[in-house]
Design a protein around this ligand. Structure first.
Ligand SMILES: Nc1ncnc2c1ncn2[C@@H]1O[C@H](COP(=O)(O)OP(=O)(O)O)[C@@H](O)[C@H]1O
Ligand SMILES: N[C@@H](CC(=O)OP(=O)(O)O)C(=O)O
Length: 362
């Protein structure tokens, strides 16, 4: 059984059927398949804006994305349902309680699940079933809920595993959990990645594929490093550290379940044959640069298996960092980091460090 996670970066208006068709064509192949889906591109940001600013226009934009795609796909009967959802959410964005925020912002994933289940059945002729509550049980730390693995693994096996035996494809919303008293929670930004790795571990998947627009993990954030290259392989430990530091906007806990279960994991896009394979090997070279904001400052890191414990590699990174007004941090065996106050300096250091990283990549 395979798990394929379809990132919101790929789910743009006019492209949903094409993307889902490719993913199913690659990963179904007679295997049972669980599709973990994110909100369509931009929708979670709009829902957050709708709630935080009590802004009905942002809500309308989010719902219009689904309305347009439903009509593109000829699923005209979904229009009245989407209208009802808009009316209901309009009432909710005027409430102030924290649990309501989570309830509102996970709606992108719920609507993607609805749309994709219908597309698989009506347009691609597969036997597909949506499981809107796959059984991820969390605490009520709204906005960044923690998962209760004991209960979640039991429920996921019952609910998703149970449906899988009767259908070809099960469609599951990423990003969301449910408290034990039945309220929706969100797992935090990028949480669909975490949903997919949790399901892969609980269900003992044979393969986990993250489909995303960047085609894999790159040696740096392409929005700031224009010669970033695709990494063919990264170790589980490196992927774990890289996601903690924000690479590919992964949820920080994405690789936590995989450190133990070691499910074969690939990050790619639906059209390329290659991508990044997550492997057991731990090769001690600098692999990639990350840049993230931490409490108003900017953390720039070089990630590579155990690089902070190898004195000549640590020394070379320090030498590059020395020309900046930066505080060096050495709190992770797989990364060497610097903290800077200015964004422009952080970008410049990231680019300098990336030139060094590139010299190590074949
Ligand atoms: N090291 C990296 N490798 C790949 N993408 C990265 C990296 N760092 C930052 N990114 C950015 O992350 C984006 C993908 O994250 P996201 O939009 O959350 O994808 P998805 O919606 O597919 O999960 C890419 O388009 C890219 O701009
Ligand atoms: N939609 C949520 C969860 C998620 O993982 O999305 P994506 O797959 O687009 O990163 C977010 O934007 O945070």
């Amino acid at each position: 059984m395979r798990i394929s996670k379809v990132g919101g970066s790929l789910l743009t208006v006019g492209n949903v059927l094409n993307v889902i068709g490719r993913v199913v064509g690659r990963d179904y192949l007679g295997n049972k398949l669980v599709l973990v889906v994110s909100a369509m591109k931009g929708v979670t940001d709009q829902l957050i804006r709708a709630f935080d600013n009590h802004d009905p226009n942002a809500l309308d934009n989010a719902l219009s994305t689904y309305m347009s795609e439903a009509l593109n796909l000829g699923l005209n009967d979904l229009a009245s349902f989407l209208e009802l959802a808009r009316e209901e959410l309009r009432r909710f964005i005027n409430l102030g309680e924290p649990w309501v925020r989570d309830y509102v912002i996970i709606h992108g994933e719920l609507l993607s699940t609805l749309l994709i289940e219908r597309a698989l059945n009506d347009l691609l002729g597969l036997r597909a079933k949506a499981v809107y509550e796959p059984g991820i049980v969390t605490d009520s730390n709204w906005g960044f809920a923690s998962v209760n693995h004991e209960l979640s693994s039991k429920y996921v096996i019952e609910r998703v595993g149970g449906v899988l035996s009767k259908y070809d494809v099960v469609v599951v919303p990423g990003f969301l959990g449910v408290t034990s008293d039945g309220r929706y929670t969100s797992l935090g930004r990028g949480g669909s990645d975490y949903t997919a790795s949790l399901l892969a571990s609980y269900l003992g998947a044979s393969r986990l594929t993250f489909y995303t627009d960047s085609g894999g993990i790159l040696s740096g954030d392409p929005r700031i490093i224009n010669d970033a290259v695709l990494l063919r392989e990264v170790g589980y430990d490196e992927a774990y550290t890289a996601s903690l530091l924000g690479a590919k906007k992964f949820h920080p806990r994405t690789f936590e379940p995989l450190l133990k279960s070691k499910v074969l994991t690939i990050i790619t896009d639906p059209w390329r044959e290659d991508g990044t394979y997550v492997v057991n090997n731990c090769i001690t070279t600098p692999k990639l640069i990350t840049l993230n904001e931490v409490g108003g400052a900017f953390r720039v890191s070089v990630v590579g298996c155990r690089i902070s414990q190898v004195s000549h590699l640590r020394g070379e990174a320090y030498e590059i960092m020395a020309s900046y007004d930066a505080k060096v941090i050495n709190d992770d065996q797989h990364a060497v980091s610097a903290l800077l106050n200015e964004w422009d300096d952080a970008v410049s250091l990231a680019r300098d460090l990336h030139r060094w990283v590139r010299s190590w990549i074949a």
